[in-house]
Structure formats: C-alpha cells, structure tokens
Design a protein around this ligand. Structure first.
Ligand code: BGC
Length: 352
C-alpha cells in the first residue's frame, strides 16, 4: 500500500497493488475505487497497461471522465433527475445534458467515484483482493436511505479481474453499481480503439432519444449498426448514417444481454489485433453499456504524458438499464430493507 495523495476533503487516498501469477497486475486507489493501472501480457508475453487514467490524485479530482472508477449509487442516466418510489417523488441533480436535454448521470455531483472509500487488502478464494466499503448516508445526492456498500476487486491465478458488488439499505431505495474502466487492449496510449474486434452477446438494445434516455422500446439489433452478435471491428459502422449513432456520436448504448439475468453469462468479447490481447466480460447483470469513448477529445493528458484522443478507450459497463426507475417494464433496481443487492462482473484476459 502506498499513499496516492491527499484528497480535497483532507482524507488520505491510498494505492494498492494486486498481482496474479498469470502476470496480470492491477493498481487500485480507494479514491472512487478507481483502477489506475492494469498490466496485461500480449501474445509475446509483453506487459502493457490497458486502461486509461491519470498518475496523480489531483488529476482525477480536477476532472476525470469516470476513468476506472466505481459508479454509484445509480449508474447511467435518469431522465430529468426525477423518479418516484413507493408514492414519493425524488429529485436528483441534473449533471449532464446530451442534446441539451438535462439528466442525472452516474450518481450525481459528489458521486461514489469522487469519494474516499475504506480499503482493506485481503484475499478472495485464495486470490489477492482489495475490499472497499462505504456507508452512503441517507439523502446523499438526493437518494433515499442509508446504503452500506461493499466492492471487492480480486485477481485470479488464471488472469481474471473479478468485481463483486454488494449493498444493503435501511429504507427502500434504488441502486445500480458498475465500474467505468476505459480499455485499450493495445496499450493505453495506442490511439483509437476502432480496430478492436468486438462481440456483444445481446440481441436487443434499449434505443434512446437525443438525450440518450431510453424511449422504453426494446428492439432487435438485426439490420442495425448495433449488431455485434457476430464479432466485428468497432470502427466498421461507427459513423453510419443512423440516428442512434448520431445522438451519441458513436456507440453509447445499452445492450440487453441474452443470458438469464442473475446468472453469470458471457456479455462481450474483445480482441486487439496487433497485440493479440483478448478480454471477455462475464456478468450477472441484465445489460451492458458499450461506450466507444466518443467524448474524449484530446484535452486530457494521461498517466504517461500522452493525450487521450477521441475514441482511444472503450467501456463495457455492466449494469441495469438506463432510466430504470422510470421504466416499470425494465428489470427493477429497487432495493428494500432486508434484501442484499449482489452482482458480479469478471474481466478475463487472454491472447489470440
Ligand atoms: C456514458 C457516456 C458518458 C460517459 C462519461 C458513459 O458511461 O454512457 O454517455 O459521456 O460515461 O464519461
């Protein structure tokens, strides 16, 4: 454990290293539960850091587009920052406005990614692990109920990064946690990810309006540029003449996964053609947001001094669907007292 820096809150942020015999190494700070570095071997055994990020706490605090962090309480967008629960109306901060349409994004203004968590180095099933915990007070960012949250990162012997999320509440509330790592499997300074080959095991999506809020429809990906049922280059159709792509400036959509929710299923597979690095994403969640880094614009300088250009990282955010609190037909994100929220996502690395 090292000191990563002093947060503006005055708290000390620490940095923890997890190492697996497979050669994979992760560095994670308790500031936002952020994965700052993730070294993965290529087909020749050479390690590269495959996640975007900064080298100082100050840079994360100055403005990070959610590099590597835990997202909460509710990942993705809530239309107009409003929802009702058990007959009561709640208003959350509107901290994002794609297409000029305000919404609540990724938990609000001082969300889980911007807070210092309690960290404990431990093991999980014999694998090195970091256990992060936090009690989110009643009313934090406008959400009801005290929420006790636990996120455990572990690195298995055979090269998988596992994330186990758990939460309980003392009042009925809503919760949808995820991790927001931006991957570039060629290495974090390798430019656009358009040549990565992607498969998503989801035959349907939740199409959005210009504010990137689901219309409520659940539609087939067949005959659309969102069809990744068979692996293909991310760049193949990213600039196609299509409203969904236009609204988001590329891919920034939720796929409805084909496996049974609540069971661990294969959500996505990615191959980086030059290095041969591969990543599978397994999850118990019903959805995944594939975001192609459209809003990166070269203005951020990364940890090794290079700038992160447009689409130089991609995210696969395992999750419940956007705007779930306002969509009774989507799987529910309501958590009641006495229940335990539990989800698992595994990133399995290999070579091709
Ligand atoms: C969202 C994007 C957003 C980005 C923030 C993603 O999860 O889907 O729309 O701009 O996070 O960096």
């Amino acid at each position: 454990m090292h000191v990563f820096g002093t947060a503006s809150s005055g708290e000390t942020a620490t940095l923890h290293k997890l190492e697996s015999p497979s050669g994979i190494r992760a560095e994670i700070t308790n500031y936002g539960g952020t994965i700052t570095r993730l070294f993965v071997p290529d087909r020749a055994g050479n390690l590269a850091d495959v996640v975007l990020g900064f080298d100082t706490l100050a840079a994360y605090e100055a403005g990070s587009p959610y590099f590597g962090c835990i997202i909460g309480r509710v990942g993705n967008r809530i239309a107009h920052g409003r929802f009702s629960l058990d007959g009561r109306d709640y208003t959350l901060a509107t901290n994002n406005a794609p297409g000029g349409i305000p919404c609540h994004l990724h938990g609000g203004v001082k969300s889980f990614d911007k807070l210092v968590w309690h960290a404990e180095e431990t093991t999980r099933d014999g694998a090195p692990a970091l256990r992060l915990t936090r009690t989110s007070p009643d009313g934090e960012e406008g959400y009801p109920g005290t929420l006790d949250v636990e996120v455990v990162y572990s690195l298995s012997n055979d090269g998988a990064l596992r994330i186990d999320y758990a939460a309980t509440a003392d009042r009925t509330t809503i919760v949808n946690l995820t991790n927001h790592s931006y991957f570039n499997l060629e290495g974090e300074q390798s430019g656009p990810i358009l040549d990565h080959v992607l498969a998503i095991h989801g035959s349907r999506t939740t199409p959005v309006n210009a504010g990137l809020i689901p219309t409520g429809a659940i539609t087939s990906v067949a005959d659309t540029p969102l069809d990744f049922r068979t692996a293909r280059r991310i760049g193949d159709r990213i600039d196609a003449d299509d409203d969904q792509l236009r609204f988001a400036g590329g891919y920034d959509h939720n796929w409805v996964l084909d496996h049974a929710p609540g069971t661990l299923g294969l959500a996505a597979e990615v191959v980086a053609p030059l290095s041969g690095r591969t990543m599978q994403v397994w999850t118990t969640e019903p959805g995944v947001q594939f975001y192609s880094g459209n809003f990166l614009d070269g203005s951020l300088t990364g940890k090794t001094g290079g700038r992160y250009v447009r689409r130089s990282g991609f995210c696969l955010e395992t999750q419940h669907f956007p705007d779930s609190p306002n969509r009774p037909t989507f799987p529910s994100i309501v958590l009641r007292p006495g229940e335990t929220y539990r989800t698992t996502t595994i990133h399995r690395f290999g070579v091709a």
